[in-house]
Design a protein around this ligand. Structure first.
Ligand code: GLP
Length: 241
């Protein structure tokens, strides 16, 4: 496990984008595991810049997102489908049919989860997985629990996550209560994992993930057992280490 510290969130984004760029340059048909949230936005901006500067070509890349809210229309401004288009997909030459985000509106969500995991396997597995972290240590939408769940599955969001994500919606009542998320097994199967954390409100989760017990109460703690994981942190997120 590697931990890299940076002064600012922008530098975390530059570092993550550099590692993703190296992956895409060395394997043009890379499979990227992507995350939403405020944390990876500087990474996506840096990737867009590298594309515009002619350094990166995404035409053969395939992507799988970590998660999506359930029962939120795909074109809702707060859906992760919309987020990815706005923050990345619409600005680079990645064919939209090479991108996948779990379908939180599928009639049979269990089947959707199984199909999603299968699609990742058929694509050859994830080469590099980008992760943020929830204030409660969640990765994807794998909330604190009594067990780690292996596959893509439906999750009941915790009050802490609903409150954290409320800022994107008109009111707390509008925040969906359920999501569909890649499981811990699929995340751990990625060949390389980048965990990004910025800001003081992530400091406790980062401390628990790095120094706490490896325990499903802090889902990110399992990453310490991954053979190739890099934590990219700004000073504020590393403040309790
Ligand atoms: C959501 C996402 C996570 C993300 C987390 C943190 O809950 N499901 O994948 O890591 O938010 O978001 P932010 O980066 O905005 O703090």
């Amino acid at each position: 496990m590697q931990i890299h510290l940076y002064d600012h969130a922008e530098q975390v984004g530059q570092a993550a984008a550099t590692l993703i760029a190296a992956q895409v340059i060395s394997k043009p048909d890379s499979v990227l595991g992507l995350a939403t949230g405020s944390t990876p936005i500087p990474t996506y901006q840096a990737l867009i810049k590298m594309y515009r500067d002619g350094v990166l070509d995404f035409s053969k890349v395939r992507t799988f997102n970590l998660d999506e809210y359930c029962k939120l229309p795909i074109d809702h401004e707060c859906s992760y489908h919309s987020f990815m288009r706005e923050q990345l997909f619409d600005h680079i030459n990645l064919p939209l049919d090479h991108t996948r985000v779990p379908n939180g509106n599928a009639e049979n969500l269990q089947e959707e989860g199984a199909n999603y995991d299968m699609a990742i396997s058929r694509a050859g597995g994830i080469d590099i997985q980008v992760l943020g972290i929830g204030r409660n240590g969640h990765i994807g939408f794998n909330e604190p629990a009594n067990a780690f769940v292996y596959g893509c599955h439906v999750v009941n969001l915790t009050q802490s996550t609903i409150e954290a994500n409320r800022r994107f919606f008109d009111s707390e009542d509008d925040v969906p209560r359920q999501a569909i998320s890649l499981g811990i097994g699929s995340i751990m199967n990625a060949r390389k994992v980048l965990l990004l954390a910025t800001g003081e409100d992530k400091a406790q989760a980062i401390r628990d993930a790095i120094y706490g017990d490896i325990n499903p109460k802090t889902q990110a703690s399992i990453l310490r057992t991954h053979p190739d994981v890099i934590f990219l942190l700004d000073k504020a997120a590393a403040g309790l280490l």
